[in-house]
Design a protein around this ligand. Structure first.
Ligand code: ADE
Length: 268
């Protein structure tokens, strides 16, 4: 079914298909919908219990929505973005728990690949492999991930020191690599150690990214995931997550998405 969006611009000549932007929770989107309202106005379409906000931000046509938490919610939402809103690419933004030894609270991780750490149909299929698809690691789109990482690096160069001073974190570092997803909030030293042992190259853990990446892979839609580290998935994770989400996540998201969309909008 289609929500009637077609190719984005009412079929006008030179219209561009929109970019899908999603996060799990409202704090992770920052002021994106307000920025859209100020720039172009917002058309909101409700579909499958999600609100999809259509408009232009920094010159880039976008559909912005909240997936809510977990892999099923994320898969359902990105499927609607693809089928009802005809997005030409998908960007997921939000927070994650740090898993890599060098990954600290306040750092940023841009996924090169994503894997479902709780998927295990062994001995029928190798652990982590999606049965019948034959894939365990879903690659992010290289060009999109490069653009996101460049936006993160610009943020760190222009405002990293100020943001570290403001929030009492270290100056953010930008990492590229494996993000792992599962339907669990990881909040114990034993839990995060088990993930490190099973997946030594994992940088961050969250609850949606690999589901988004699988659906995008199956439909041939480019996708990228950027995550700011809110906690280190250990016993301090719940408190660290809540304070980061409340005070910092939106600021980072604004800073990264503004720079990313500026570049994308200018290229249209
Ligand atoms: N998102 C942010 N922190 C997380 C954690 N520790 N586990 C899973 N998802 C997260």
């Amino acid at each position: 079914m289609s929500a009637g969006v077609g190719n984005g611009n009412g079929g006008a000549p030179h219209s561009h298909r929109p970019l899908g932007i999603l996060a799990a929770l409202p704090q992770e989107l920052g002021d994106l919908i307000e920025a859209m309202r100020a720039e172009s106005g917002v058309r909101t379409i409700t579909h499958g219990q999600r609100d999809y906000h259509l408009g232009t931000v920094h010159g880039a046509p976008c559909v912005v929505t909240l997936a809510r938490v977990g892999k099923v919610a994320a898969a359902a939402t990105v499927s609607a973005l693809i089928h009802a809103f005809d997005v030409d690419a998908v960007v997921f933004t939000g927070v994650a728990g740090g898993v890599g030894a060098e990954v600290r609270v306040g750092d940023i991780v841009v996924a090169d690949a994503l894997l479902q750490h709780d998927l295990d149909a062994s001995p029928l299929f190798p652990r982590f492999e999606v049965p019948l698809l034959g894939v365990s690691r879903f690659a992010a789109d290289v060009a999109l991930a490069d653009q996101l990482a460049a936006a993160c690096e610009r943020f760190v160069a222009e405002a990293g020191a100020a943001s570290a001073a403001r929030f009492g974190t270290r100056e953010p570092r930008v990492h590229r690599g494996l993000i792992i997803s599962g339907d669990q909030f990881v909040a114990s030293a034993a839990g995060v150690e088990a993930l490190r042992a099973a997946l030594p190259d994992a940088l961050a853990v969250e609850m949606e990214g690999a589901a988004i990446a699988q659906v995008c892979h199956e439909y041939g839609v480019p996708c990228a995931v950027v995550r700011t580290i809110s906690d280190t998935a250990d016993d301090h994770a719940p408190a660290s997550f809540v304070s980061f989400l409340t005070e910092i996540a939106g600021v980072y998201s604004n800073a990264i998405l503004t720079r990313f969309l500026d570049t994308r909008g200018a290229a249209l």
